[in-house]
Design a protein around this ligand. Structure first.
Ligand code: C2E
Ligand code: MG
Ligand code: MG
Length: 690
């Protein structure tokens, strides 16, 4: 029953009871009033009758006395009529009293009065007859001896009768009072019963409201505390039942929304795999319990596939690979998608040998060709592995170490690399530098120094390499080796390279305006070459600065081409199409052969310092350089010998027809203003020599 119906019923019950009580009380009151009025009326009437009978009897007696004292008969005759009337009235009174006698006691009394009255009448008659026949004296004697005495008795009896009637009236009134008290009692009892009933109803209704409300409060508390299992009483049909059911459905909606949120927060929506946040939690849970290994997989050539076949195919590829990884992973191990084309696998309870065998197996399965939209795709992955607790003490550093290992794996093209093999993490000092880099860029703490590239044949300054320096307010001039590798790892290089490009192009444009014919060279890192916006940025810079594209050279290392050769090559072609120069830096330190370099749209080769050092005195270096120079000439590439520190090395290089030289023997890298002074001084010296 609804609360409203219950309350209405309770109030109706109480109201009905109160009305019944009031009606009962009024009824009893009416009854009492009527009865008492009737009784008082009747008894008063009877008392009056008794009084009248008495008075008339007395009046008749007085009439008789005056008759006895009236000597003449003619004077007595008119008195007889008055006496008779009094006697008749007294008789009527006595008769009426006799008829209205209430009980046997009163009837007996009335019978005695009537009897006395009868006898008094007879004696009265006898007295009158004696008066008329025998004269006044005998009549007076008869009156005194008999009639008068009986009259006294009669008067006494009627007085007693009246007193009895009065007493009866009093007792009747007392009875009425008793009845009224009883009625009052009954009404009070009724009121008390109504009060008790009201209290019981209030308790029942209150309980019916309070108990479910408490349940609702408990349920709301449980929901607030994240407990969605508490049972909801569902049998109530009233408004509170409705409230509980609403709470129940609210709880279900919250639970499902929370589940959806958790899904979004912990699941990668593309592949349906756990995401990075979930994996990190798993690692944090797993690591303290047992040994484990975290492997980060980077899908090779994913970017060109995405680029060439479209994002829909790229997404399908990632989904398929995710499913494949999950399918081939043993129970207890976990796979997640971190971002882009990077997946991670958490191997539990394992050591290096265990991971190695599981990874070999996993990579073999991963490398099976995939068919998407009728296209056969060959996939492969580079993997970086970090072991707990050997490489890291917590989840975050395990992830960091695995990422560093992945960088190494990509560089060496060897499938996978272990963090243990690539040395320790950057020192805290270097880590803090990484943190400061962003502020440094905003505070203009980076500068470019220029190192001349000398044309060996003409001894002219043909170019200059822009080399970045960090003018650190506390540490002084920080060399690029201390921060560029970390900028590359953290992605901050994406901000440094555009800055260096802007600065170098602006300086070169100023040189161009000043009539200096110098090619400025800017270093690109591996990540830059995979940056889709780079080509557009360089094109925009050239267009806005007015710099002749032939006066800009971009130096790239071989490793930049290894990570994603197709995309890198694509960008190289686009850059070459802008009309600028491309140079292969540090040639000889990596795997690239000249046969490979030949396929690239590059114009220049910078032979690494390792081969230039002591070239005049080291036959092995001399042999390598000589053959490289020969081949480059065949391929139409100009050669820069890097790091020449002695005049003897320069002489050897000139003698062997090397095109350009860059090294301390010519000049050290210097600030732009110094560089211009240096160039001017060099030109003068050259003119003097010439
Ligand atoms: P790199 O591109 O091979 O630059 C040449 C490095 O050799 C420079 O070091 C230069 O100072 C040094 N060098 C030149 N001549 C000699 C010599 O005769 N003897 C010796 N021992 N060294 C010589 P630096 O300036 O410390 O730069 C180191 C590397 O940092 C550069 O190697 C380049 O890979 C990178 N780097 C410098 N500036 C930038 C930049 O703006 N962007 C990027 N991505 N990398 C940069
Ligand atoms: Mg360079
Ligand atoms: Mg170099």
């Amino acid at each position: 029953m609804s609360i409203r119906a219950r309350l209405a019923l309770a109030f109706a019950l109480l109201l009905g009871l109160s009305l019944a009580l009031a009606a009962l009380a009024l009824g009893r009151l009416d009854d009492l009033t009527t009865k008492s009025r009737e009784m008082v009326d009747r008894q008063a009437q009877r008392a009056l009758l008794a009084q009248q009978a008495n008075r008339h009897a007395q009046a008749a007696a007085i009439g008789l006395l005056s008759l006895l004292q009236t000597p003449r008969r003619e004077d007595r005759v008119p008195l007889y009529a008055a006496m008779d009337a009094e006697l008749a009235a007294s008789d009527r009174g006595v008769r009426a009293l006799g008829e209205g006698a209430a009980d046997s006691g009163e009837q007996a009394m009335m019978a005695r009065v009537a009897d006395i009255r009868q006898r008094y009448g007879e004696l009265f008659q006898t007295t009158v007859e004696t008066l008329e026949i025998e004269g006044q004296a005998p009549a007076r004697a008869h009156f005194m001896a008999r009639t008068g005495k009986l009259l006294n008795t009669l008067l006494f009896e009627t007085d007693a009768l009246e007193a009895g009637i009065q007493a009866r009236l009093q007792s009747g009134l007392d009875d009425m009072r008793t009845v009224a008290a009883e009625a009052r009692h009954a009404v009070m009892l009724g009121a008390l019963a109504a009060l008790a009933l009201g209290a019981v109803l209030a308790w029942i209704i209150g309980r019916g409201i309070v108990v479910p409300l408490r349940e609702a409060v408990g349920l709301a508390g449980a929901i607030a505390g994240g407990d969605y299992r508490a049972a909801v009483p569902c049998c109530r049909k009233d408004e509170l039942g409705e409230l509980l059911r609403s709470l129940d459905s609210m709880r279900d909606s919250i639970a499902s929304r929370e589940e959806r949120l958790a899904r979004v927060a912990y699941v990668d929506l593309l592949t349906g795999l756990p995401n990075r946040a979930h994996l990190m939690e798993q690692v944090a849970k797993q690591a303290p319990q047992d040994t484990c290994a975290l492997a980060i997989l980077d899908i090779r050539r994913f970017a060109p596939i995405n680029h060439a076949l479209g994002h829909a195919v790229g997404d399908r590829l990632l989904t398929e690979l995710g499913a494949r990884l999950r399918h081939h992973l043993a129970d207890g191990n976990e796979v997640a998608r971190l971002w882009g084309d990077k997946f991670a696998v958490l191997f539990t309870a394992t050591d290096r040998a265990g991971v190695q065998s599981r990874l070999d197996d996993l990579l073999e399965r991963l490398r099976q060709p995939l068919a998407i939209d009728g296209q056969r795709l060959d996939v492969d992955a580079s993997v970086g592995v970090a072991l707990f607790p050997a490489d890291a003490s917590d989840a975050a550093s395990l992830m960091r170490r695995a990422s560093l290992a992945l960088d190494a794996a990509k560089g060496c093209q060897c499938g996978y690399a272990f963090a243990t093999d690539i040395g320790a993490e950057p020192a805290p000092e270097q880590l803090s530098l990484i943190g400061e880099m962003r502020e440094a860029l905003a505070a203009d703490q980076f500068v470019l120094h220029y190192q001349p590239k000398l044309d060996l044949a003409s001894r002219r300054v043909a170019g200059a390499e822009a080399l970045i320096r960090w003018r650190h307010p506390q540490r002084g001039m920080v060399p690029p080796a201390h921060f560029i590798p970390f900028a590359e790892r953290t992605g901050f290089i994406r901000e440094i390279t555009p800055w260096a490009l802007r600065r170098a192009v602006a300086d070169a444009a100023a040189w161009q305006t000043a009539g200096l014919n110098i090619v400025v060279a800017v270093n690109l890192s591996a990540r830059d070459l995979l940056n889709r916006e780079l080509v557009a940025e360089v094109g925009h810079l050239l267009a806005t600065s007015g710099l002749d594209p032939r006066r800009l050279c971009l130096e790239i290392t071989e490793s930049a081409l290894m990570d994603d050769p197709d995309l890198a090559l694509h960008h190289l072609h686009e850059l070459a199409a802008l009309g600028l120069k491309l140079s292969i830096d540090d040639y000889g330190t990596g795997q690239a052969s000249l046969a490979y370099v030949k396929t690239l749209p590059v114009h220049e080769l910078k032979v690494d310092r390792a081969f230039v050092a002591g070239v005049d005195s080291t036959p092995r270096n001399a042999a390598i350089l000589r053959s490289t120079l020969l081949l480059c000439r065949e391929l139409g590439l100009s050669v820069v010998a890097e790091g020449a520190e002695t005049a003897a090395e320069i002489d050897w290089l000139r003698a062997n027809d090397c095109d350009l030289v860059q090294g301390y023997a010519v000049a050290r890298p210097m600030p732009e203003a110094d560089f211009r002074t240096w160039v001017a001084a060099h030109a003068e010296a050259r003119a003097v020599v010439a």
